[in-house]
Ligand binder design. Structure first.
Ligand code: ZN
Length: 339
């Protein structure tokens, strides 16, 4: 069996072209089947993955861009607008390149970025689309490894869903890499099967449940299988065990979400109120090397945000607790009335 390389990380042998065509073709068929109403949703368990493959080049294990082929197939089956949500830990530079001038396909990616030092280096928050399609590319670039359920769900609640519901697509495609999953040796992040299930559940509210999930990256077979199983259960109608509530992002995660909101609210005006609300509810400071969180609550909001922490008296209250105990009772927690 002879092998060769398109790029140093994209190998191929005599069977690769056939495998890549089968993968892309399956995604196209599934997309058409969903649009025709023959099925409600679908999961394409395919290899090779696709989201790094661009207009002209194979790259990053990807030969054909399966999600892009599926989106175009959907449009051939009367979908006017298609949303692609990419939660692979790497930015889908190929998908972005293919659709960055296209207002009929909205691309939203959440990925490690770290100032462009994480593969493939693209996907900064200010990459928003070009040539009149500004705002139809939304990048949520994490600043560091270790990102988990809370940061993803926080971004879904405040960025992904508000934009997706405004866009109102006819079909939603998930570029579902599971390399942000807990245990993945390349992604080094911490999304659990429950987290993936909740993100899937949130996207069922978009495009009347017309949802196509396409496998992308993932390098821990146990993590991939448990995560994919959790997603498929949601597609089959099972409601996730843990409802997404009481979400406390990391400091870096919150900073990223605020940065994206500031950039994208130029194109999605409904984000402005969300940004204003988050800025009034959350503030943070760094004291030397010690990062501390402040949550500012007022009146009834305190009941929502402090439910798992303390019950507050009415009026302004001020809370301070350790970044590293976000899901636990506060290290220090005291109300300062009249603040
Ligand atoms: Zn990946």
């Amino acid at each position: 069996m002879m092998g060769s390389y398109f790029t140093p990380d994209t190998y191929a042998n005599e069977h690769s072209a056939c495998a890549a065509r089968l993968a892309a073709g399956l995604c196209a068929d599934l997309s058409s089947a969903i649009m025709s109403g023959r099925v409600n949703n679908g999961f394409a368990l395919v290899r090779p993955p696709g989201h790094h493959a661009g207009v002209k080049q194979a790259m990053g294990f990807c030969l054909h861009n399966n999600a892009a082929v599926a989106a175009l197939a959907a449009q051939g089956a009367n979908a006017k607008k298609v949303l692609i949500v990419d939660w692979d830990v790497h930015h889908g530079n190929g998908t972005q390149e293919i659709f960055e001038e296209n207002k009929s396909v909205l691309y939203i990616s959440l990925h490690r970025h770290e100032g462009g030092t994480f593969y493939p280096g693209t996907g900064a928050a200010d990459e928003v689309g070009i040539m009149g399609a500004e705002g139809y590319c939304v990048n949520v670039p994490w600043k560091c490894a270790g990102v988990g359920d809370n940061d993803y769900l926080f971004a879904f609640e405040h960025i992904v869903l508000p934009i997706a519901l405004t866009f109102a697509p006819d079909l939603t495609i998930i570029s579902a890499g599971f390399d942000a999953a807990r245990g993945d040796p390349l992604g080094c992040c911490d999304v659990t099967p429950a987290g993936f299930a909740q993100m899937t559940q949130m996207l069922t509210a978009v495009s009347s449940g017309k949802l196509l999930v396409i496998l992308e990256g993932g390098y821990n077979l146990r993590s991939i299988s448990s995560s994919a199983t959790a997603v498929i259960k949601v597609l089959l109608g099972e409601y996730p065990a843990n409802e997404a509530k009481g979400i406390y992002p990391s400091k870096a995660g919150l900073e990223t979400v605020l940065e994206v909101l500031k950039i994208q609210m130029r194109f999605w005006p409904n984000l402005e109120d969300i940004l204003t609300r988050l800025q009034s509810e959350w503030a943070f400071v760094s004291l030397g090397n010690l990062s501390l969180y402040f949550i500012i609550c007022q009146g009834d909001q305190s009941k929502t945000y402090m439910k798992n922490v303390l019950t507050l008296p009415s009026g302004f209250s001020f809370f301070l607790y350790s970044l590293y105990l976000m899901v636990s009772p506060p290290l220090i927690g005291y109300p300062i009335n009249g603040f």
